[in-house]
Design a protein around this ligand. Sequence first.
Ligand SMILES: [Zn+2]
Length: 181
Amino acid sequence: MSHAYRYCPACATELALIEQTEDGGPRTRLRCPACHWTHWNNPTPVLAAVVECTDREGQVLLARNAAWTHRMFALITGFMEAGETPVEGIAREVAEETALQVHHTALIGVYEFQRMNQVIIAYHVQACGEIRLSPELAEYRLFAPQDLRCWPAGTGYALADWLHSRGLEPVFMDPPRRDPH
Ligand SMILES: [Zn+2]
């Protein structure tokens, strides 16, 4: 986000909101008044997986992040590493977070997640093996595809599109209840 940088990473001068003409016209961005470094703030790609467990009757694994307060189960997600393709990256993330081995990968689609300044690259992966969660994940659940409930955010729309591609009508859950106070 725009608060991530206060000082220029090149020369340590304090950044300022400065208007400058770019290819698309004048734009105000955080820039360095001394060396003209610009904080472009481009969205970060995030990989996401609908994990189909081929050795568990095609059930789909959803997991709950240990940091979440809601009892919400979602897709496996993670950032790409330098030097890997998105397909390699999602197989690595699934292995790191669940210990499952991915043997087939297919792109579902690309989804916006503007609230986090991210763009989601969502895959359907087929995987098998023993499940061992990383400490980042508190618990997992396996769902028959027809029992999955989608949520109104980027990864939830990816799940909905995957269900639709399988001939299932996606069903959306009610928005999560707020924590007390
Ligand atoms: Zn600078």
